[in-house]
Design a protein around this ligand. Structure first.
Ligand SMILES: *[C@@H]1O[C@H](CO)[C@@H](O)[C@H](O)[C@H]1NC(C)=O
Ligand SMILES: *[C@@H]1O[C@H](CO)[C@@H](O)[C@H](O)[C@H]1NC(C)=O
Ligand SMILES: *[C@@H]1O[C@H](CO)[C@@H](O)[C@H](O)[C@H]1NC(C)=O
Ligand SMILES: *[C@@H]1O[C@H](CO)[C@@H](O)[C@H](O)[C@H]1NC(C)=O
Ligand SMILES: *[C@@H]1O[C@H](CO)[C@@H](O)[C@H](O)[C@H]1NC(C)=O
Ligand SMILES: *[C@@H]1O[C@H](CO)[C@@H](O)[C@H](O)[C@H]1NC(C)=O
Ligand SMILES: *[C@@H]1O[C@H](CO)[C@@H](O)[C@H](O)[C@H]1NC(C)=O
Ligand SMILES: *[C@@H]1O[C@H](CO)[C@@H](O)[C@H](O)[C@H]1NC(C)=O
Ligand SMILES: *[C@@H]1O[C@H](CO)[C@@H](O)[C@H](O)[C@H]1NC(C)=O
Ligand SMILES: *[C@@H]1O[C@H](CO)[C@@H](O)[C@H](O)[C@H]1NC(C)=O
Length: 826
């Protein structure tokens, strides 16, 4: 046994070129179905347009291997009848265009338009009525050359010499639209000194050039930029160092998980391109019209959808002026963009289609803009705290105090806001761009937004009317007090029930704030305890209308009220089918409670380890679905919701099962909520080789990979149906199962690692092996060797195959004596 481990230790993960290697999945191609669109090939599967044939109406050409098709299309969801010449995937069921020819000049009737080779050899799109050219490849072609346009299996459309295919005059890979396919170029043309930018669509249904571009530095340095309106850089890749980009270590060759980036510099051009190791993986990089982010998507056939692989920049609000003018960005809301107070969306239809460039407009004009100024009140200011101040401030050296600054702004009608900080007075004329709320950064400031008196009345923060508001406040307090007393008297349980149901319905969009007595009542004075843990006990309860809930009483929380509400608000906004939903909370004096949806099948541990009721043994199918569901939930927490959340406490106790055994991850966000108390709980667990990643013990920064580690440990338990660490009956020694599981996997005896309670005939051996391999990849000691949850998901779903993992170093450390007893983390 000792020899065995030494042998495996010869291939340390960190020196391998790639830690985690995807190899082609043979079943992938077979799974692919054909797109639902019915296009007519020109004749039997032609892949080119030559002088003898042209493209019209519903005709199309298709690449030799059937990957891509070129023809007329209308964008999905478009109500206008605009047609574009485009290239799209032909083998996947979601219509996804990757290139558009006449993106800014649509045609109305494809049967009256024609794509053909013109007299000068260019590929042109023309209107048949008057032969006007709508779009052209527009290159100079030697007169002795007959050209042909060919669609290739890579998605590239080439205009080349008919008899010499290496004579390429023009190709779509040199002129990408919003999609950067593997092999396509982000280039700088040295002959014209121009870049070829990737330009996002204008909106979901309009391929015309939008406001965001991704291009190599127009000044000619070796890096890429994302720009807003071709003027403001909001992201930079960092300089290419011969190996990777300075600011994106994620794509370094040692950890790029199957993607290879290239840089080519020659006499005519320099460009960046990328390749994918697995030729069967369908992947594309898109500059998103809605968010302005560069997103790498991969196709998952099992769920028939695109899965987000990575995003740059990681936060939406780093995109310059994402929300347009007079609008603010918030990374913690799902919609990101909202009009600021006193403003409304200027163009609803554009906004809904993802084109927010028009921004927002004032609802009530300022007093200074009106001519009957005598009878209207003066404008005032609305205070916005903790914001990223808008772009392009004018410094007013004259104004020395906050009051002078306010006055200076009031006296100029074009002034829309001011801010006064330690460096002085700043005012904004015209549009307010790039404002961000809940901006917890050192350069956050307070903005005073100019609004008409009418708009301010609803908020009451206007200094000029403070006295009025004090009076109103006192009166309404008295009224409210009276009302409260009356309410207490007449409060009967029926009434209360109705209110709570209403509250709960409202909870579809926001959290309900419960009173302590409401929860006391709902849980029958906390009588039915269904769980406990590091942070407090959980009780079952029910709201009127028999809505079952689980109430968690938090213990040892020393957080301020405001911070508690902020954190809870953030958790409440995170919703996913594989995450337990937070319905509401209660914060009264020192009592802090969280109210969750109730999960009838309890937690995963009771089903895995409790052998008193053998009839409830989970089938392999269910286990595999649970593994996939948890991976989806965690992937969402890590990648897809903006406030990246590290769970920190993944274990079977925190995986709850609903009525149909769908898994839901519980207690996410608590690590942040509990703050220092959480690390206290964790540190008391030091040395327990349960689910904690080594970095918890070594003390380096915790990343999402810590969750990946815990997930891997839990996956082993899901497979084996027993705790990874068990005390043997005879002695106090701990028995550590993953060690023997690793050796069985590598010896090819994967079936023996399985839960003994499962009938082997119902187990899909391929799934079992995949689950085992990925679990051991997840528990590698080096964080960079562990996959992301998105990659775990792809392996489990069978989109990509995975190599045999090396035995994790922590397992190699385990005492190699025959007894295999544990000697862990000394
Ligand atoms: C196109 O037509 C010309 C003459 O009409 C013929 O010589 C040539 O082979 C044809 N090309 C193709 C691709 O059919
Ligand atoms: C293509 O268009 C022609 C008429 O232009 C029509 O007869 C034919 O049915 C169409 N084919 C499909 C598959 O829609
Ligand atoms: C050609 O016809 C289209 C409409 O069919 C029209 O919009 C366009 O202006 C015409 N072009 C010329 C050059 O006449
Ligand atoms: C072709 O390019 C020239 C300049 O290179 C430009 O003036 C002309 O408008 C272009 N024609 C078309 C149809 O795009
Ligand atoms: C085809 O074009 C390439 C590039 O110009 C040239 O090197 C090659 O000799 C040509 N081949 C033939 C058969 O003409
Ligand atoms: C491109 O820029 C370089 C350096 O700025 C300059 O030397 C060259 O003349 C420019 N070429 C063109 C075609 O403008
Ligand atoms: C983009 O820049 C152009 C000038 O370069 C300007 O006219 C246009 O208004 C800008 N667009 C927006 C949305 O600000
Ligand atoms: C105010 O009066 C000026 C001319 O005196 C006029 O141009 C402007 O449109 C008026 N504004 C409003 C809001 O009525
Ligand atoms: C208001 O501010 C703008 C921009 O600074 C300036 O151009 C304008 O002259 C100012 N108007 C007055 C009345 O001071
Ligand atoms: C004050 O606000 C201005 C305007 O946004 C900003 O440039 C400056 O850095 C701020 N100063 C401090 C000390 O925050």
């Amino acid at each position: 046994m000792a020899q065995y481990f030494k042998q495996l230790a010869m291939a340390p993960c960190s020196t391998a070129a790639r830690c985690f290697f995807f190899s082609p999945s043979p079943s992938l191609l077979l799974l692919c179905s054909f797109a639902a669109l019915h296009y007519l090939p020109l004749s039997s599967a032609i892949d080119s347009i030559s002088a003898n044939n042209s493209l019209k109406g519903n005709q199309s050409i298709i690449s030799v291997g059937g990957n891509f098709r070129l023809g007329f299309f209308t964008p999905t969801g478009s109500s206008s009848l605009n047609f574009y010449i485009g290239i799209w995937y032909d083998k996947i069921s979601v219509f996804t265009p990757v290139w558009v020819a006449n993106r800014a000049t649509p045609v109305k009737d494809p049967t009256a338009s024609e794509l053909r080779i013109s007299g000068d050899g260019n590929l042109v799109l023309l209107l048949l009525d008057n032969s006007s050219i709508i779009w052209s490849t527009n290159v100079t072609i030697p007169s002795d050359s007959a050209t042909v346009a060919v669609i290739l299996d890579t998605g590239n459309l080439q205009l080349r010499d008919e008899s010499n295919s290496s004579l390429v005059f023009w190709q779509s890979f040199d002129h990408p639209t919003d999609t950067w396919l593997p092999g396509a170029k982000l280039r700088f043309d040295k002959l014209t000194n121009r870049t070829q930018p990737l330009t996002a669509w204008k909106s979901k249904v309009d391929p015309a050039p939008g406001i965001f571009t991704l291009e190599v530095d127009p000044a000619g340095t070796y890096q890429c930029y994302m720009l807003w309106n071709s003027s403001r850089i909001y992201w930079s890749s960092g300089l290419w160092n011969g190996n990777t980009f300075g600011s994106i270590p994620e794509i370094a060759p040692s950890r790029n998980f199957g993607y290879g980036y290239q840089f080519v510099d020659n006499e005519e051009e320099f460009y960046f391109a990328y390749t994918i190791d697995n030729p069967n993986m369908i992947s594309r990089n898109v500059l998103d019209h809605d968010s302005g982010l560069s997103q790498q998507w991969t196709w998952t056939e099992s769920s028939k959808s695109w899965v987000l692989y990575w995003t740059q920049p990681p936060f939406r609000c780093s995109v310059f002026a994402l929300c347009g003018s007079f609008s603010s960005c918030n990374d913690f809301t799902s919609s990101a963009c909202n009009c600021i107070k006193g403003f409304r969306i200027k163009s609803r239809s554009d906004w809904d289609l993802g084109d927010k460039t028009a921004g927002c407009e004032r609802i009530t004009p300022l007093q200074c803009e009106q001519n009957n100024s005598i009878d209207s009140q003066r404008d005032g200011f609305f205070m916005m705290t903790n914001v990223r101040l808008p772009d392009k401030a004018d410094a007013l050296a004259m104004a020395r105090t906050s009051e002078e600054c306010e006055l200076a702004c009031l006296n100029n009608c074009s002034c829309n806001a001011y801010s006064y900080n330690t460096t002085g007075c700043y005012v904004w004329h015209g549009d307010l761009l790039n404002l961000q709320e809940q901006y917890n950064q050192p350069d956050a400031g307070t903005l005073y937004l100019r609004l008409s008196a009418l708009e301010l009345q609803s908020s009451g923060s206007n200094k000029n009317t403070v006295v009025t508001w004090v009076i109103v406040g006192v009166v309404s307090t008295i009224v409210l007090l009276c009302l409260a007393i009356v309410t207490v008297w007449i409060m009967i349980s029926k009434r209360r029930s109705r209110k709570m149901i209403q509250n709960l319905n409202r909870a579809q969009s926001s959290l309900v704030s419960f009173t302590y007595s409401e929860l006391q009542h709902a849980t029958r004075n906390f009588s039915e305890k269904i769980g406990g843990g590091g942070f407090g006990s959980v009780f079952k309860g029910s709201l009127p209308g028999s809505v079952a809930i689980a109430v968690k009483k938090l213990e040892g929380l020393r957080q301020g009220e405001k911070q508690f509400r902020t954190e809870v608000g953030t958790i409440g906004r995170i919703q996913h089918i594989n995450l337990v939903r937070l319905l509401g909370f209660c914060s009264q004096r020192s009592e802090k409670l969280l109210v969750y949806e109730f999960m009838p099948n309890g937690s995963l541990n009771s089903h895995l380890f409790d052998r008193t009721a053998p009839s409830t043994v989970l089938t392999w199918r269910t286990r595999y679905q649970i593994a996939i569901g948890v991976a989806k939930g965690l992937d969402y927490l890590h990648e897809q919701c903006r406030d990246c959340i590290i769970h920190c406490d993944i274990k079977p106790e925190n995986i709850l099962l609903d009525a149909s055994f769908n898994p839901k991850v519980a207690d996410f966000g608590l690590a942040k909520l509990m703050g220092r108390d959480f690390s206290r709980v964790v540190t008391t667990l030091r040395g327990t080789p349960g689910y904690l990643a080594p970095e918890w013990i070594t003390g380096v920064a915790i990343t999402t990979k810590a969750d990946v580690y815990s997930y891997g440990m839990m996956l082993l338990e899901i497979i084996s149906g027993r705790r990874n660490v068990e005390q043997t009956e005879q002695s106090s020694d701990l028995y550590y199962h993953p060690t023997s599981m690793a050796s069985k996997l590598i010896a090819g005896e994967v079936a023996t690692v399985l839960d003994g309670g499962l009938g082997h005939e119902e187990v899909d051996m391929e799934e079992l092996e995949r689950a085992c391999k990925i679990a051991f990849w997840c528990i590698q000691n080096e964080e960079s060797c562990r996959p992301t949850m998105g990659q775990v998901l792809q392996v489990l779903e069978g989109v990509v195959d995975v190599d045999m993992p090396p035995v994790p170093r922590s397992l190699q450390l385990i005492d190699k004596s025959e007894s295999e007893t544990i000697n862990f983390f000394h």
